[in-house]
Design a protein around this ligand. Structure first.
Ligand SMILES: Cc1ncc(COP(=O)(O)O)c(C=O)c1O
Length: 383
């Protein structure tokens, strides 16, 4: 039996998204910026999708800026806010050490251009504590960016508490909610943030589409210059079919959120407990709670994660060693290292991330094969 347990890397397209996209591609080729009826039809589709995506995160449709990916949304948030606040004399940025590369490398790039950048430490359970942020904030801080849920271990950060501290020192707050939207109830107002990024392909929408929520009144310098698309915030003719698919996926995931969360956390727990009880020398990395319902990250003592990934793949099970963007590098995960895990344990860790298509039979099939695969890999190492 083959099974896909890598939904934090990407998800299959929801049937609702496929139907809506096919129709848009076949029938609605107009440019949404055109005045004639072809254009207006395409603009109508964008408006509908904007309302649906806004609905997933409790936002006003007018605050949604469509982008070409979650990565682009993160770039627009960080670079756009930094550049807008530079004129106010602010030159300090804060993030956490376990962000996705889209945020981490953007701040590192700004660091090379003269910004002072602080990377907040994590505790051993993968949580960024408010104390660490409070100590790092200065009157010079322009922006704090801390992700909502981590892509490798799934831990959920105390965003409202962190955002409150940032605001008290006059800094903006951005959160990367790419891995929490569609898995947890996400409300931009309750999180109390100023900027929030999401990505379509993590919620059963198409790849190559993202969105940045920008709170009304927040000034951003666009990273993409050109025409007046997306209210002057992101130039370039919109990917109408992709955005339509994003909207359909957002509606579907909002409708099914509670049901999916309960079902997936049950399956995830069965998988996690099954591994811990059947395979000795295994530990869960990161806090058990608060955590997104679909993710577990487990280290297997004495087993090279890449070898386990390949052995599982040969049997039809897709898992990952961490972020898809950094896989293949053989570098131990920066997330696990930031939590203080020794390099060897970080190199022994596998992420299992479940999604709507998974079922108990797939979990059982994996649990039936895993102990023998791990035992074989361990015996090869011992030789
Ligand atoms: C937390 C997080 N942020 C950002 C991204 C980037 O999103 P995209 O693949 O749409 O560029 C990812 C994708 O893995 C992610 O997990």
């Amino acid at each position: 039996m083959a099974a896909y347990f890598d939904h934090n890397a990407t998800t299959p397209l929801a049937p609702e998204a496929l139907t809506a996209m096919s129709r848009a591609l076949a029938e609605d080729f107009g440019n949404p910026s055109s005045v004639h009826q072809y254009g207006q039809r395409a603009k109508g589709l964008l408006d509908e999708a904007r309302t649906a995506v806004a609905g997933l995160i409790g936002a006003d449709p007018g605050e949604i800026v469509f982008t070409g990916s979650g990565t682009e949304a993160d770039n627009l948030a960080v670079r756009g806010a930094a550049e807008a606040l530079e004129t106010a004399g602010k030159r300090h940025l804060i993030t956490s050490a376990f962000e996705h590369e889209a945020v981490l490398n953007t701040l590192k790039a700004l660091g090379k251009r003269g910004w002072r950048v602080t990377f907040l430490p994590l505790d051993a359970t993968g949580i960024v504590g408010p104390d660490a942020l409070e100590a790092a904030l200065t009157d010079d801080t322009a922006l704090v960016s801390v992700m909502h849920a981590n892509n490798e271990i799934g831990t959920v950060q105390p965003i409202p508490a962190l955002a409150r501290l940032a605001h008290a020192r006059g800094a903006l707050f951005h959160t990367d909610a790419v891995q929490s939207a569609g898995k947890l109830p996400v409300s931009v107002r309750s999180l109390d943030v100023d900027l929030l990024s999401i990505s379509a392909h993590k919620i059963n929408g198409p790849k190559g589409v993202g969105a940045l929520w920008v709170k009304r009144g927040i000034r951003l310098v666009p990273t993409m210059t050109g025409g007046k698309h997306e209210r002057n915030r992101r130039a370039g003719t919109e990917n109408v079919a992709g955005i339509v698919g994003f909207g359909a996926a957002a509606t579907a995931s909002r409708t099914k959120l509670a049901m999916n969360a309960e079902r997936l956390s049950g399956l995830r727990d069965a998988l996690e407990n099954g591994i811990l009880s059947r395979v000795d020398g295994t530990q869960v990395n990161g806090a058990i709670a608060p955590r997104v319902p679909n993710t577990t990250n487990i280290s297997f003592d004495g087993v090279e994660a890449e070898s386990l990934l390949i052995a599982l793949d040969l049997e039809g099970f897709a898992v990952s060693t961490g972020s898809a963007c950094s896989s293949g590098t053989l570098e131990p995960s920066h997330v696990l290292r930031a939590m203080g895990l020794p390099a060897h344990r970080a190199q022994n860790s596998i992420r299992f991330s479940l999604g709507q298509g998974n079922n108990q039979a797939e979990v059982d099939a994996l649990l039936a094969r895993l102990p023998a695969i791990v035992a074989k890999l361990r015996s090869l190492v011992r030789r």
